[in-house]
Design a binder for this molecule. Structure first.
Ligand code: ADP
Length: 598
């Protein structure tokens, strides 16, 4: 990716603010002319005063020169103040607005991406966020550098150089010769610093990650008495960082010195050359000042060239990965167009599914999920149960085989329409930052207060919410795991979908909370198509039909009794569950309890 590419890609984001760009450019142009006024004024002053002095005249005749200089310089400063303000303000406004649009643009875009995109190792939450933040940061810096740093400095340099050539071709030529040497030095400096700067950045990141790591694992560090080891690890990082810093500074100062030397050589050459022309009678004495000051304007942008070069390089590295995210069009979730009446019968035939990392998670799956029935998926952890549900919700697409709902291929169904008809309750449901009310209403954003409360009642959480100091306005994140799970169920009741997927809805809860939720779950299952993944015996027994999965395949299926008597995987899992509950001992406890009471 080169700079031109980056600017082309940025164009759509800058286009809406054309007026701002034009305003900035006009300011820049005015600024580049006012920047030359000092040189012109000084030349005029020196020459006019020199002429008076040569004629033996004094202050009485020179007043008008002083007044003219004062008016010109003051006028220029007033114009300059406006120009500077306008240029900085418009440039900054442009930067802020472009940054806002880039941030919103990428969010809108990646919300449309399929789940597989977020599953990719490169796109884990932290990495994605860093890439987006850095991308936006460096792209907007690029806009800023261009409009606030490069453009004004370079136009001013070009105008100054033009004036020098206009006044005297040879002086202009000398000034121009210095420029490539300067460019070359800057390029070398940036090249030499490149690696060190990258190391410096990595070192800083590692150091702050190290500190975070220590804070996060402080209990473990202390319990194993590992304070000195952790401290040594940090010392090593710190030393590397210090070495890096020293190296960077050394190279920087060396090149800065060289550049100042070249610049001074330039000035000396110009003084000698102009002095020669003055002595030779080809130039007035004021022209010495004129050229020296103009040369200062020519070398000013080059002085900051190295900083600009670094920033542009950074911008190109980061913007590349930013645009990769923004332009991942093949990741956009595919949707069909059909919106049939949904009954809820799923048919899967010969379904094969591989995760993006190549893991073969589902193998030759053939199954039917009956509408308005409860189907249980049973299997050891990692068997592929959750994966199957993800496919039914169109979070992923199978590589081969077909999935239909009520006889229509899932691919042809409008994805949002399908998801409107499916409710998903997971082992741990996401509670958003915000009030309980808003969290329940996430299921149906236009629901009335009464609807929300009704849903909470069905999820057996209404009474508990009322007991909280802020009631429905309380912070939902402060609720316990069991309460949060019921908020998720209330969300589901409010959405009221005909199809429900329950993926271990009570796995993270204690026995009491599970018992409390059981009623809500029984209520939610009525008259709907339900698929439940569970390790709870009671929930499995409640199912109308059960599919048993093993290592990505369907091992057995049938109703509870028939399955149990097959003496296969189901019986094995079921017995193991019963054993882990220690049912015999529990039964004995109940019997003894009854004996003592009778
Ligand atoms: P279950 O729900 O039966 O416990 P899953 O459907 O979650 O099993 O997982 C099935 C297999 O797929 C497991 O081996 C798991 O490690 C793997 N798997 C799950 N999610 C991903 C993913 N996002 N990327 C790669 N492999 C995955």
């Amino acid at each position: 990716m080169n700079l031109l590419n980056v600017f082309q890609k940025l164009r759509p984001f800058v286009r809406p603010y054309r007026i701002l760009v034009i305003a900035t450019l006009i300011m820049t142009l005015i600024g580049s002319f006012t920047a030359q006024v000092n040189a012109l004024t000084l030349q005029y002053a020196v020459d006019s005063i020199n002429r008076l002095v040569e004629q033996g005249l004094g202050l009485a005749e020179g007043w008008h020169i002083l007044i003219t200089i004062s008016v010109i310089l003051l006028g220029k400063e007033i114009i300059n103040a406006f120009v500077q303000f306008g240029q900085k303000f418009y440039g900054e406004k442009l930067r802020i607005l472009v940054s806002q649009d880039l941030a919103q643009g990428i969010i809108e875009k990646f919300l449309t991406y399929r789940l597989a995109f977020f599953n990719d190792d490169n796109n884990q939450a932290g990495k994605l966020q860093t890439r987006i933040d850095r991308g936006i940061g460096s792209l907007t810096r690029l806009v800023q550098i261009f409009f606030i740093d490069i453009l004004p400095l370079f136009t001013s340099a070009i105008v100054a150089l033009g004036l020098m050539y206009y006044a005297n071709f040879y002086v202009g030529l000398v000034a121009t010769c210095i420029v490539p040497i300067y460019f070359w030095l800057t390029f070398k400096q940036a090249q030499k610093l490149g690696g060190w700067r990258r190391n410096l950045r990595d070192g800083r990141e590692k150091k702050s990650q190290g500190i975070l790591g220590i804070i996060n694992s402080i209990t473990v560090i202390k319990s194993f008495n590992r304070e000195s080891i952790e401290s040594e690890k940090q010392l090593k990082l710190q030393k590397e960082l210090t070495d890096n810093q020293m190296q960077t500074r050394q190279i920087s100062f060396l090149f800065d010195g060289l550049k100042t030397f070249i610049e001074q050589i330039g000035i000396v050459l110009i003084i000698i050359l102009t002095a020669y022309f003055v002595l030779d009678g080809q130039m007035s004495i004021g022209m010495i000042m004129f050229h020296v000051l103009l040369f200062n304007n020519v070398s000013a942008p080059i002085r900051s060239l190295h900083r600009i070069y670094d920033e542009v390089n950074d911008a190109m590295i980061y913007s590349e990965s930013f645009f990769k995210i923004l332009e991942a069009d093949d990741e956009i979730e595919q949707s069909g167009t059909q919106k049939p009446n949904i009954r809820g019968q799923f048919d899967l035939s010969n379904v094969e599914f591989y995760y993006p990392n190549g893991h073969h998670a589902l193998k030759n799956i053939n199954m039917t999920i009956q509408p308005n029935k409860i189907t249980a998926l049973v299997g050891l952890s990692g068997a592929g149960k959750s994966t199957l549900i993800s496919l039914l919700d169109k979070f992923f697409e199978p590589q081969s085989g077909t999935i239909t709902i009520d006889g229509i291929d899932l691919k042809d169904i409008d994805t949002q329409y399908l998801r409107d008809h499916i409710g998903l309750v997971l082992q741990k449901n996401h509670i958003f930052q915000g009030s309980i009310f808003d969290n329940i209403r996430y299921g149906k954003t236009d629901a009335s207060t009464e609807d929300v409360m009704q849903a909470a009642r069905k999820a057996s959480i209404h009474e508990q919410i009322l007991q909280l100091p802020n009631g429905y306005d309380a912070d939902a994140l402060m609720l316990s795991g069991g309460q949060q799970q019921r908020i998720a169920l209330a969300r589901m009741f409010l959405k009221n979908p005909p199809i429900i997927f329950l993926d271990e809805p009570t796995a993270s809860l204690d026995a009491i909370a599970t018992e409390q939720i059981k009623q809500s779950l029984d209520e939610i299952k009525q008259g709907r198509t339900v698929i439940i993944i569970s390790h709870s015996l009671s929930q499995i027994i409640d199912a109308d039909y059960t599919y048993v999965m093993k290592e990505g395949e369907i091992a057995e299926h049938g109703e509870h009794d028939a399955l149990y008597h097959q003496d296969g995987v189901y019986k094995e899992i079921f017995d193991a569950m019963a054993k882990s509950l220690n049912i015999e001992k529990i039964a004995r406890t109940f019997e003894e309890d009854e004996d003592t009471h009778s």
